[in-house]
Design a protein around this ligand. Structure first.
Ligand code: DGY
Length: 321
């Protein structure tokens, strides 16, 4: 008999067909995101769950006593209580590798958009405000090429950003990571720095670290003060790696030049968040991996992880800590 799994978010026909070969598939077909209470009822008898954003905690696991695998369509898995999964012998999996280049592309896009004021000036043109001006200084931005990038979190995505920065933009690459990366140092002439030194030297400070207990609010008031006044801060990891109130203050007080943000303390961002009123802040709605090709590859990888566990082969991408 095929194992039953639950899919809590839409997947393509191709992914569904693949899953159907190995599993009985139950699926949420509502217009909106599945409410948690509904999910808890739906998973009572399933062995696998494919999800992307639900909190996978003791309460959820207790509601699904037959569960063997939770497969996240995401590389970040801060929605998992890893300890609770371990205690219940449930395997958690994520989707690394397939999104590295896509997230790195968005990181460069945020760097460029903020430095060259793309969204602000796009609005200016479309608002039909562009008249001949005596002084073009009002359109000036900052150079990206030959500047110094400071990457916090030199994992696969960090390396993909370093590659673009070094070879696409001739940038100097600094990085901070929980362990040294000798290969990356060689490949991108990247220099390992302690965090304060990276913050003092980088023109672009890029946050790419996963959210863990250690990285929660890694950057706060003091850290923003350590950055150059001309620095641009870019966050493509998780909003909670940064004290968002401290970021807002730093921007309001001119302690840093601007910010490019994909992620926020609360998502969707609150309508009255001051970041939304700032000309020097570029905001996008958590779209790091959001291209059609990459999201399809992530969903397929998540599906393969479920099947691998439920057919006894062992997860391809188990999360361990
Ligand atoms: C992830 O997969 O963790 C990304 O945040 C998605 O954009």
């Amino acid at each position: 008999m095929k194992p039953t799994i639950y899919i809590s978010q839409p997947v393509s026909e191709k992914v569904r067909q693949y899953l159907n070969e190995y599993c009985e598939v139950k699926e949420w077909r509502g217009e909106d995101r599945i409410p948690r209470e509904t999910l808890l009822k739906e998973i009572a008898n399933v062995e696998g769950l494919l999800t992307a954003w639900h909190k996978i905690d003791e309460e959820l696991l207790a509601a699904a006593p037959k569960l063997k695998v939770v497969s996240n369509v995401s590389v970040g898995y801060n929605n998992f209580d890893v300890q609770a999964l371990k205690e219940r012998n449930v395997i958690g999996t994520n989707t690394p590798y397939v999104l590295d280049d896509t997230v790195a592309d968005l990181t460069m896009a945020l760097i460029l958009a903020t430095a060259r004021r793309i969204t602000e000036l796009d609005k200016y043109v479309k608002d039909k405000k562009w008249e001949p001006v005596k002084d073009e200084e009002q359109f000036f931005g900052l150079d990206v090429h030959h500047a110094t990038i400071g990457i916090i979190g030199m994992g696969r995505i960090g390396e993909a950003v370093a590659q673009r920065a070094k070879f696409g933009f001739d940038m100097d690459v600094l990085y901070h990571n929980r362990s040294r990366k000798p290969e990356a140092e060689k490949k991108y002439e990247a220099e390992y720095c302690e965090l304060p030194s990276l913050l003092e030297r980088a023109d672009f400070v890029v946050m790419l670290t996963p959210l863990t207990a250690e990285t929660h609010h890694l950057l706060g008031e003091q850290e923003f003060k350590q950055m150059k006044k001309s620095a641009i801060f870019v966050n493509v990891s998780r909003g909670q790696t940064v004290d968002e109130q401290a970021l807002i203050k730093a921007l309001q007080n001119g302690e840093i030049h601007g910010a490019g943000l994909d992620v926020y303390q609360k998502e969707p961002i609150e309508k009255d968040n001051p970041l939304l009123e700032m000309r020097n802040v570029v905001t996008v709605p958590h779209i790091g991996s959001a291209t059609a090709q990459t999201r399809e590859a992530m969903a397929m990888r998540a599906a393969q992880n479920i099947v691998a566990v439920l057919t006894g082969k062992g997860a391809i991408d188990p999360v361990t800590d």
